[in-house]
Design a protein around this ligand. Structure first.
Ligand SMILES: Cc1cc2nc3c(=O)[nH]c(=O)nc-3n(C[C@H](O)[C@H](O)[C@H](O)COP(=O)(O)OP(=O)(O)OC[C@H]3O[C@@H](n4cnc5c(N)ncnc54)[C@H](O)[C@@H]3O)c2cc1C
Length: 510
């Protein structure tokens, strides 16, 4: 076996396999080694796709046939709210689409998808060591990386011109070089499991019991990513191709903690059962043994994601929050940006400036992303009226910006970072403004006992849907109007004398 390569990829899952595959397709003479730790992939989070991630898979990777055969089509995002008094599922306020989604998106079985991508990369001519764990990386010169890994009980080394870090949360390069940062301003935890025996929201039995509720939409609710929400937390419910259902809880430690208990799966079920829609779906469900996981603190990033000779893709560059399922969007962007750098470097061009710009753009994009979408969002997650404003505006701006751009200018835009640059900065400022206002209003509503005042009895179903064309302006306009209404109501609320939320504790509280 050759021990010298053009490129070595650490980690052969979604981001690593995509990078290797597309590099081989675009530049067939490239000698690529993929080193993957896991013998087989198990199921993991990253199951629900957004429109940018799906565009990356369908139009860049061109794996639509695989997605259609082995995964489920997703029908948008649907949110369910409730208050302390209500126990009836049909009374829970609902925010979502009336018709099916306009652009393709999927509910993924990541074990199947990642295995398929890695298989394609190997068939395209990449070499694979598996199971093999990378234990050391040294950059002797920008032209020469030396990688050490354990494979079949033997320590081996390989050299390469370029290293791609696709090791996910392990973020090998960022940690080794001291670029890894934990984002303290968004103190969120997550717990998740897959369940069997979950009731189908579109079943005959439920339609018989609640006919008006069942007929309120013209699309299935079950294929959506259904979110149950409360102050400080939200749960995702994602159906999978084999009939299992992924259930996850994400929460802000300042506002919520998961009640104690011996077993994480049982604690998760006990929590979801408190919501009428959760009870409807999970009453007879059981967690699948050995398929429960938890992360103590979700957001982190690398201050530098590339230099001459190396780059980070996917979660090895950073991760923020799963609320809008954008992990694979960012993986697509960092993979494409990395591909540009690598091909240039392998063709003998100087990429030092491009690498520095990519790191700067990534940091700008990440910080704006956090401030405009997530900073203190969990304060208003459980208030239907406030979250409806965010739903219309967050998704409206997502479609008018990132979704439209990657669909219209695929190659160029996929390799840029969303929210970076001048226009991105202006949009991020508008988004940060309403995000800040909504979280402030939520605190005032909470203090005044008016939080969630429309959490029951409302059905806000969007007939126009979301599309990256002129129709999206109407959706943004509706969002701005809804924002104005909550601002007018806020005039009737007493001012806050001190913040309601406690400061973020440093340690994980799972
Ligand atoms: C709670 C939660 C929910 C999420 N939900 C969504 C969602 O709904 N939609 C979405 O788009 N995104 C979601 N994400 C984000 C998504 O999971 C990630 O963005 C995505 O999985 C990243 O893929 P990756 O290939 O970069 O990393 P990973 O999938 O983590 O792959 C890393 C690979 O590197 C290998 N590896 C690690 N260390 C080594 C080593 N030393 N040597 C060799 N191999 C190594 C591992 O074995 C693994 O195969 C979620 C994230 C979290 C935390």
């Amino acid at each position: 076996m050759n021990a010298d390569y053009d490129v070595i990829v650490i980690g052969g899952a979604f981001a690593g396999a995509s990078t290797a595959l597309m590099l081989k397709r675009q530049r067939p003479q490239t000698r690529i080694l993929i080193v993957e730790r896991a013998t087989v992939f198990d199921r993991k989070v990253g199951e629900s796709t957004s429109e940018v991630g799906a565009c990356f898979m369908t139009r860049f990777l061109r794996i639509t046939h695989h997605l259609d055969r082995h995964h489920l089509p997703k029908q948008g995002l649907r949110m369910w709210f409730n208050d302390d008094q209500n126990e009836c599922p049909t009374m829970c306020s609902e925010v979502g689409s009336y018709y099916q989604s306009r652009l393709p998106t999927y509910q993924l079985d990541r074990a199947v998808l990642d295995a398929h991508l890695l298989d394609l990369a190997v068939k395209a001519g990449c070499e694979l060591r598996r199971p093999a764990k990378v234990t050391e990386w040294v950059q002797e010169t920008p032209q020469k990386n030396i990688l050490t890994y354990e494979h079949e009980g033997v320590t081996q080394t390989a050299t390469s011109r370029w290293i791609v870090d696709a090791s996910g949360k392990a973020a090998m390069i960022a940690r080794k070089l001291g670029h890894w940062r934990r984002l303290e301003s968004h103190p969120t935890n997550a717990v998740w499991a897959r369940f069997e025996g979950v009731a189908d929201l579109d079943s005959y039995q439920l339609a018989e019991k609640y006919p008006a509720w069942a007929n309120a939409t013209r699309c299935g609710r079950n294929p959506a990513t259904n979110h149950l929400t409360g102050r400080g937390w939200w749960c995702w419910i994602i159906p999978l191709k084999d009939g299992a259902v992924s259930l996850g809880l994400t929460y802000d430690r300042r506002l919520f903690s998961l009640p104690e208990g011996a077993d994480l799966g049982a604690r998760l079920k006990a929590h979801v059962m408190q919501h009428p829609i959760g009870k409807l779906m999970f009453e007879h469900a059981t967690p699948i043994a050995g398929d429960t996981r938890a992360y103590g603190h979700l957001p982190y990033y690398s201050e530098k994601i590339a230099d001459d000779g190396w780059s980070c893709v996917g979660d090895a560059a950073g991760f923020m929050d799963p609320l809008y399922s954008q992990g694979l969007d960012y993986a697509g962007h960092t993979v494409c940006a990395s591909l540009r750098l690598i091909t240039k470097a392998l063709d003998g061009m100087d990429v030092t400036g491009d690498a520095a710009k990519l790191s700067a753009d990534f940091n700008e994009s990440y910080m704006r992303w956090q401030e405009s979408l997530y900073l203190n969002k969990y304060h208003y997650l459980g208030d239907a009226e406030l979250m409806r404003v965010a739903f219309l505006l967050d998704l409206g701006f997502y479609f008018v910006g990132p979704v439209r751009l990657v669909h219209d200018f695929l190659d160029e835009e996929m390799s840029l970072l969303p929210y970076a640059g001048k226009v991105g900065g202006v949009v991020a400022k508008i988004m940060s403004l309403y995000n800040r206002r909504l979280s402030h209003i939520a605190e005032r509503r909470w203090a005044a006992g008016q939080y969630g005042r429309k959490n029951t009895g409302m059905r806000w179903l969007l007939k126009r849907g979301f599309a990256p064309d002129a129709t999206i302006r109407r959706t943004i306009y509706d969002g701005l109007k809804a924002w104005l209404m909550v601002e007018l109501h806020a005039l009737t609320l007493p001012r806050l004398t001190e913040p309601v939320a406690k400061p973020a504790p440093g340690a994980s509280l799972i």
